[in-house]
Design a protein around this ligand. Structure first.
Ligand code: UDX
Length: 438
C-alpha cells in the first residue's frame, strides 16, 4: 500500500483521492482553501458527482482518507504526490500554470526524502520538464524526485465508474522505475497501459479531448446539412457509427459541447500548436462550429416563435452542460438563455441539480427544480440538457400547462413523429419536424 498525497480537491483531485483510498491506500488530500477542507472533513462534498459522497464518507470512516491545508505534513507523510490543481485558460488562450507552479514550489520546499510527483491536471506539453526545473530551483537542499505524467480521462457524472474502469492508463516519464510504481498503483483499476515519454503523455490528453470535440462538431455540421437537404442526422449518425472504425459514440448532434474540459482543452491545444508555429486548422474549425451551433439554435428558437422573441415566455429545460452534474462551466444553456434575453424573451428555467447555482449567474431568470412549474404559461419549451427525468415527462400534463404546445429540442431527445402525435410542434436539430424517421 502506498501513502499518497493529492494536491487540489477539485473534481479530479477529489475523485482520484477517494478512489485510491477505496482500494486500500492511505490518502491525504490537500487544499489551500481552509473552508473547503473543513467542510470536506465534515463529510460535505462541494461537487455533485453520483456516489462520491458515499465513497468519501466510508473511506474517511475507515481512516484511509483525510483532508488538510497542511501541505508540508501531507508531503512529508507521503511517497507519491498527485498534483490535481486547476489549469484554467487565460484571456490569450494560454494555460494558466500559476496553481501548478505554486504547488510545485511549495512541494520543493517541503521535500524530506524521495518522492514521485504525478501530474494529473491537464497541462501543456513540456510541463513535466518544467516541473523538474521548478523543483530543482525551489529545493533548499537536493532531494531526489521523479516526475510522471498520468493524465485523467474521467467524465463528470460517471467519474467513479470511469476511474475504476479506464479504457487506458497513460503513464509518461523518463524514469522507468517511477513509471512502473505508478503503473502498479493503477493496476487495480485495470485498463491498457500506454507507457510514453512525458511530452506524448501530455499530448494524448489534449489529442483525445480535441478529437472527441471534433466528432461532436462534425456531426453538428452534418445536422446542419441534413436540415438543408431534408435528411435525418440521427439516422446518418447511426449508419456511420456502425462502422467500427468510426464507432457510435460522440455522434449525438445538438447544441454542441460545453463543460470544464472540451472548450478549455481545445483552445489550449490550438494555442500549443500556435506557439509551436503550427496552425491547427481542423481544431480552429471545431471551436468555431461549436460557438456557431449555439447561435444557430437561438435563431431556431426565434424562428419557431415566428421570428420575434420580444416579450415571449420561454422555458428552458436543463442548465448544466450535460446530465448528472450541476456543472455550469461553459454550459450551452447559459449562452442560449442570455441570447434569448437579449432578444427580449422572458426566460424561466428548470434543472434538477444546477438551478440554485444558476440563479446567481442568470439575472432575471427564475431557476426552478420542477419542470412542470417552470413550463407554466410557456410559449415555447426549449430543451438544453438531456436529463433522464425529461424522458418520463407527462406530455398531457405539459400540454395543459403551456400557452403553446411548442418544443424546441437542442438534444434530440424525442422522436418527432411521437411528439406530433402528442400534439406538440416539435423542432429538433438536424431532423425533419414531421413525419420524422420511420
Ligand atoms: C470530457 C471527456 O469525455 C473526458 O474524457 C475528459 O477527462 C474531460 O472532458 P466531460 O467534460 O465530463 O468529459 O463531458 P462529456 O461527457 O465528454 O461531454 C462533453 C460535452 O459534449 C457535453 O456538453 C455533452 O453534452 C456534449 N456531447 C457529448 C455532445 O454534444 N454530443 C455527443 O455526442 C457527446
Amino acid at each position: 500500500m502506498e501513502r499518497i498525497a493529492v494536491i487540489g480537491t477539485g473534481y479530479v483531485g477529489l475523485v482520484t483521492g477517494c478512489c485510491y483510498a477505496e482500494i486500500g491506500h492511505e490518502v491525504i488530500c490537500v487544499d489551500i482553501d481552509p473552508d473547503k477542507v473543513r467542510r470536506l472533513s465534515l463529510g460535505e462534498i462541494p461537487i455533485y458527482e453520483p456516489g462520491l459522497g458515499e465513497l468519501a464518507a466510508s473511506n474517511q470512516a475507515a481512516g484511509r482518507l483525510s483532508f488538510t491545508t497542511d501541505l508540508a505534513r501531507a508531503v512529508q507523510d507521503s511517497s507519491i504526490i498527485f498534483i490535481a490543481v486547476g489549469t484554467p485558460t487565460l484571456e490569450n488562450g494560454e494555460v494558466d500554470m500559476q496553481q501548478v507552479r505554486g504547488a510545485v514550489e511549495t512541494l520543493a520546499r517541503q521535500m524530506n526524502d524521495y518522492k514521485i510527483i504525478v501530474m494529473k491536471s491537464t497541462v501543456p506539453v513540456g510541463t513535466s520538464r518544467r516541473i523538474r526545473q521548478w523543483m530543482e530551483e525551489g529545493q533548499q537542499r537536493p532531494v531526489p524526485f521523479s516526475v510522471v505524467s498520468n493524465p485523467e480521462f474521467l467524465r463528470e457524472g460517471t467519474a467513479i465508474h470511469d476511474t475504476f474502469h479506464p479504457d487506458r492508463v497513460v503513464i509518461g516519464s523518463d524514469d522507468a522505475d517511477a513509471a512502473l510504481r505508478v503503473e502498479r498503483l493503477q493496476a487495480a483499476f485495470g485498463g491498457e497501459v500506454v507507457r510514453t515519454d512525458p511530452e506524448s503523455a501530455e499530448l494524448i490528453k489534449y489529442a483525445s479531448n480535441a478529437f472527441l470535440a471534433a466528432k461532436i462538431s462534425f456531426i453538428n455540421e452534418m445536422a446542419n446539412v441534413c436540415e438543408k437537404v431534408g435528411a435525418d442526422v440521427s439516422l446518418v449518425a447511426r449508419g456511420m457509427g456502425l462502422d467500427n472504425r468510426i464507432g457510435p459514440k460522440f455522434l449525438q448532434a445538438g447544441i454542441g459541447y460545453g463543460g470544464s474540459c472540451f472548450p478549455k482543452d481545445t483552445r489550449a491545444q490550438l494555442k500549443i500548436a500556435q506557439n509551436a508555429d503550427y496552425d491547427f486548422r481542423i481544431l480552429r474549425a471545431v471551436i468555431e462550429v461549436n460557438t456557431l451551433q449555439r447561435e444557430r439554435f437561438v435563431e431556431k428558437v426565434t424562428a419557431a416563435l415566428g421570428g420575434n422573441a420580444t416579450g415571449r415566455s420561454i422555458t428552458v429545460w436543463g442548465l448544466a452542460f450535460k446530465p448528472n452534474t450541476d456543472d455550469l462551466r461553459d454550459a450551452p444553456a447559459l449562452d442560449i438563455i442570455r441570447a434569448l434575453q437579449e432578444r427580449g424573451a422572458v426566460v424561466t428555467a428548470y434543472d434538477p441539480a444546477a438551478a440554485s447555482k444558476a440563479s446567481a449567474l442568470l439575472p432575471g431568470v427564475r431557476c426552478l427544480t420542477d419542470p412542470y412549474e417552470a413550463a407554466e404559461n410557456a410559449e415555447a419549451v426549449v430543451i438544453a440538457t438531456d436529463w433522464e427525468d425529461l424522458r418520463r415527462i407527462d406530455f398531457d400534463r405539459l400540454r395543459s400547462l403551456v400557452r403553446k404546445p411548442l418544443i424546441i429540442d437542442g438534444r434530440n431527445m424525442f422522436a418527432p413523429a411521437e411528439m406530433a402525435e402528442k400534439g406538440f410542434t416539435y423542432v429538433s436539430v438536424g431532423r425533419p419536424a414531421f413525419p420524422g424517421p420511420v
